[in-house]
Design a binder for this molecule. Sequence first.
Ligand code: PMP
Length: 392
Amino acid sequence: EREEPTHFGAGPAQLPTHVLQQAALDLINYKDIGLGIGEISHRSKDATQVIEDSKTHLKELLNIPDTHEVFFMQGGGTTGFSSLATNLETAYVGKNGKLGKCGYLVTGSWSQKAYEEAHRLRLPAEIIFDSRKYDSNGKFGSIPNESEWSSNLNGDYAYVYLCENETVHGVEWPNLPECIVSNPNIELVADLSSNILSRHIDISKYGVIMAGAQKNIGLAGLTLYIIKKTILNDIQNANQTKLDELNVPVTPIAFDYPTVVKNNSAYNTIPIFTLHIMDLVFQHLKAKGGIKQQEVENELKQKSIYDALDSYPNFYNLPVDKSVRSKMNVVFTLKDSSLDGKFLEEASKLKLTGLKGHRSVGGFRASIYNALTVESVNKLSKFVKDFAEANS
Ligand code: PMP
C-alpha cells in the first residue's frame, strides 16, 4: 500500500502502484506454484510464457508488423549504444560486402554518447549534424530543419541513428526526418528509452528501436528491441573473414542479436522478474485503452505543465524550442536562481519530488512519464503557478 506518488524523477521512474502490488505478490508466490517468478529457471514453462506474453502484448500495443521481431536483452541504453553499432555494421557488411558509415543526428547528450561509443569501437562514425551548431546559444535545445542538413547525407550508411527523446535536455523529435525514412538504403536506428509507448509510432519506418526499461516500462536492467527481420538475416550472412579484413568489432555473444532472437531472448539468463513487471505494465496499458488513451493523457499533462510555466515568462525560463519540446521531460530554470533551493524545498513539502535538473545542465526537470497521472501533473502545475505568484 502507498499513497499515489508524485515523483518527477527522470529514471528510474515511478511505476503504476497496481503493477507493483501484483509484482510484489508474484515475487513471492507466482501463480500459486509455491515459488516466486524470480526463482524459477528462465527456460521453464512459466518463464517462457512470460517472454511470450510480453512479446504478444507489446506487439498488440504498438501494432508491430510481421516484418519486425521483438526481443529483450540484459543491460540498458548504454549497452544498446555498443550493441547497435556492432550488430548494424555487421549487417551492412553481410549485405554489401563493404563498410557503411554510422551516421548520428546529435540533438542532446544521449545521441552524443551513442556517437562517441561507435567512434570508440573504431567504427566509421560520423555526426550528420550536431544541433548545437545550429543554435544561437550553441546549446542543445532545438532541431535544425531537414533542409539545413539533409545535404550532409553523403555516401553509404550502415544506419542513421537518432534519440527520439533526449531525456537530459528535454528535446523530442516531433516527427521522424523524412529524408531518412523515405530513403530505402538507410536503416533508421532509434533510441526510445524515455518515450516508448508514450505516443503512436509507425514501426514500419524503423530498422531498429531500442528502449531501456526504467522510465515508461519497468525496472532498470532490461532493454527491449524491435528489429526488422531482414537486418537479422544480414547479420547472420556476414562473412567473418570479410569482417576481420574490414576491422569490424566482434559483437559479444550475449549481445549478438540473431543469437538472442534464436534463443527467444533466453540465450543467457534473462531477468524474468524484471520482464514480468514490463509485461504487467503492458497489460495495465492495454486495460486502460492502449496507446490511444495514454497519448490523450500525455497531451493533457504536457499542456498543463508547459502552460503553467509559459504563463510566467518573467519568472521561468524554458530553454527548449517550442516545436521540439519533450512531452516526457520538461526542462526549465528560474530566472532568479537564488530561489532554486526554496523551489525544491516547497515542492517537496507538497510531496512533489525528483524535480532537480540533470547535474550537467542544472535547473529543473519534471519527467512526466506514462505512470504520472493527469492529477499529479496538475498538482505540479498549480505549484509552479503559486510559487511564481508568491515570489515574483
Ligand atoms: N538513452 C536515453 C534516452 C536515456 O535517457 C538513458 C538514461 N537515462 C540512456 C540512453 C542510458 O541508459 P542506461 O543508463 O540504462 O545505460
